[in-house]
Design a protein around this ligand. Structure first.
Ligand SMILES: Nc1ncnc2c1ncn2[C@@H]1O[C@H](COP(=O)(O)OP(=O)(O)OP(=O)(O)O)[C@@H](O)[C@H]1O
Ligand SMILES: [Mg+2]
Length: 311
């Protein structure tokens, strides 16, 4: 119950700015919240995958993080806020379909669709998308240790609200200054940071909301994805730019994934790098082993509460 209450409470806080501003002051001393904390009741840890740049690896990373946690015995819920594309949802559905077809007993995240809301239930000025997200988080929070939320590669209201809920925000980015441009503006020399960019400003706003509400600070982790074996010069330049931007706008850079065809092949089966044995691969080749190590290093770097990496 405590978890459900807190999730409703924190969603209420973020849903409507006027409401939010009216209630911020009282949040820290809210008796229900204090009970939740002092009784040590578990509150699901929310992991959000976000980047307004499309195709940066959010859904692929969401599935790998969610599955890794589920395989390690944690209860994981999954929400896909890209209501049209549904790549993360489709990935989880594919996993269920292939484990049923092949009679595999493998751990999986629990996928939840945003429930439909009867418009007559909406209060004045209430947004139906907000309410649907609130209901889904409350449902999952009651039965999960982690909720993994995958956002679309564009700026939407659902994505904005989800960012405010993130205990951990993972931002995968392709190793390119085109992707970097969504995080920070850089001078023509490719080295001097001029300032934060639109996406960073949205994250900053989400952080402000959390701070005012007395929630724990968000841990923002940028993950470099699809790193090439060559292009050392570009890799170093992007790396250096990220380091200086991270100090300015407050994120960590975690080890990411190299460019590997395996990431593109696994989607139809719903499997991840950790399930290759179940797929009948007895001996992992060097590339698969390296990819698995990359996932392990990322999971370690995320430093999620109550998680000790055992793969
Ligand atoms: N490390 C990788 N190596 C090779 N291909 C990858 C890697 N990571 C992701 N991909 C591929 O890149 C494409 C985009 O990945 P994904 O769908 O996860 O990105 P996304 O950020 O969720 O995209 P969108 O913004 O459209 O939701 C997919 O075809 C995926 O298979
Ligand atoms: Mg996606």
């Amino acid at each position: 119950m405590g978890g459900v209450f807190l999730s409703q409470l924190r969603l209420n806080l973020f849903m409507h700015l006027p409401y939010h501003l009216r209630h911020l002051e009282g949040f820290g001393s809210n008796p229900h919240r204090c009970c939740v904390v002092s009784w040590g009741l578990a509150v699901a840890h929310i992991i959000v995958l976000g980047n307004e740049k499309g195709g940066s690896g959010k859904s692929t990373t969401a599935m790998h993080v969610a599955t890794a946690l589920a395989r390690m015995g944690h209860r994981v819920g999954g929400l896909d806020l890209d209501l049209r594309q549904r790549s993360f949802a489709r990935y989880i559905e594919n996993r269920r379909a292939s484990s049923e077809a092949q009679h595999l007993d493998i751990a999986a995240p629990e996928l939840l669709e945003l429930p439909e809301i009867d418009p007559s239930q909406l209060g004045e000025g209430e947004n139906s998308l907000d309410k649907r997200l609130a209901a889904a988080v409350a449902t999952l929070e009651a039965r999960c240790d982690f909720i993994v939320i995958d956002c679309p590669g564009s700026h939407t209201r659902l994505s904005q609200v989800a960012h405010s809920l993130a205990d951990t925000l993972i931002t995968p980015m392709n190793d390119s200054f085109v992707d970097f441009d969504l995080l920070g503006r850089i001078d023509t020399d490719g080295t001097t940071i001029k300032g934060p960019s639109v996406y960073s400003e949205m994250v900053w706003h989400a952080r402000q909301l959390r701070a005012k509400a007395g929630l724990t600070p968000m841990d923002w982790v940028v993950v470099r994805n699809r790193l090439g074996a060559q292009e050392m010069h570009n890799k170093r330049k992007v790396g250096r730019a990220l380091e200086s931007l991270s100090e300015r706008i407050g994120f960590r850079v975690a080890p990411g994934f190299s460019e590997r065809v395996i990431f593109r092949e696994l989607f139809p089966s719903g499997m991840t790098l950790l399930d290759l044995r179940e797929l009948g691969v007895d001996r992992l080749n060097i590339s698969n082993l390296a990819a698995r190590n990359e996932l392990r290093d990322l999971m370690r770097a995320l430093n999620l509460p109550g998680v000790s990496i055992d793969f």
